[in-house]
Design a protein around this ligand. Sequence first.
Ligand code: PBG
Length: 330
Amino acid sequence: MSFPIHRPRRLRMHPGLRRMVRQTRLSVERLICPLFVRSGTGVRQEIRSMPGQYQWSVDTLVEQCRELAGLGVPAVLLFGIPTHKDAVGSEAYRSDGIVQRAVRAVKEACPELVVITDVCLCEYTDHGHCGVIAERHGVRDVDNDATLPLLVRAAVSHAEAGADVVAPSDMMDGRVGAIRRGLDEAGFAHLPIMAYAAKYASSFYGPFRDAAESPPRFGNRHTYQMDPANGDEAMREVAADIEEGADLVMVKPAVHYLDVLWRVKERFGLPTAAYHVSGEYACLKAAAANGWIDEKGAVIESTTAIVRAGADLVVTYFARDLARWIRDGI
Ligand code: PBG
């Protein structure tokens, strides 16, 4: 393979040929668009730390979903912002909660869309943690086993509203198994679970907590989300979720965890999603707004890297832009 017989540049000279030998291709079928929904009508409130992303009311959310479906984006991931938060996150599992209402409306308007719901309590609790709080030896922390039944209720209520997939993001131990049993008992044995299997305690969730109005009011999420330093632990988390019945697994965040993504795809071979998270979005947006990077190039490069590392599905706030660029031939 040595020069001058071999000249790798030969395949890069003609733009058509360069495209032909391109190994990783982005396709719209891979994209999942996260959306935030709150009460009211006609709401389209831009999220300060996520330019170009909005909190929607159910009616404007439906319009947004129509647009995405029209662009060929196959799936949305819904997050609710409740009007009322309490210690046990009641609105997360009320049949007339914000996400449940949103699911019904979106399914009616765009039956072809795959509607995925995030199952977690942090948007719904007044303390902002992903489960209920208990105090032990004077230390407040999330009570794993007391949280499980509430997550099950949330997942079942989403299923009853018509969700196509539920996606637990809380990182409690045993939640995939509990949700699987709960769904089966409620008559939803056919409903897939997309598990946020390797979810790290990341500083890159900051803008999301702005968007979902869900920062923890005390402490942090370190007792339930994973230490960014750990790769092997991700293998154990993913294996456990698969054993408990996960149909799709996710690695989150994406770009800083491409090694984990690669290992998960290689080892388990399940349909694997990666979540290009709010902070990753915000960094690209901020640099682009300052003229420091080319937004389109950087977004396509980041998304391509995520797919190259093994993601079958990409959860991304850039879904709408990517769908347009892909349609127009990138
Ligand atoms: C809920 C949840 C979070 C995200 C997805 N689901 C926030 C968190 O764990 O703090 C983050 C998504 C993003 O940053 O884009 N637990």
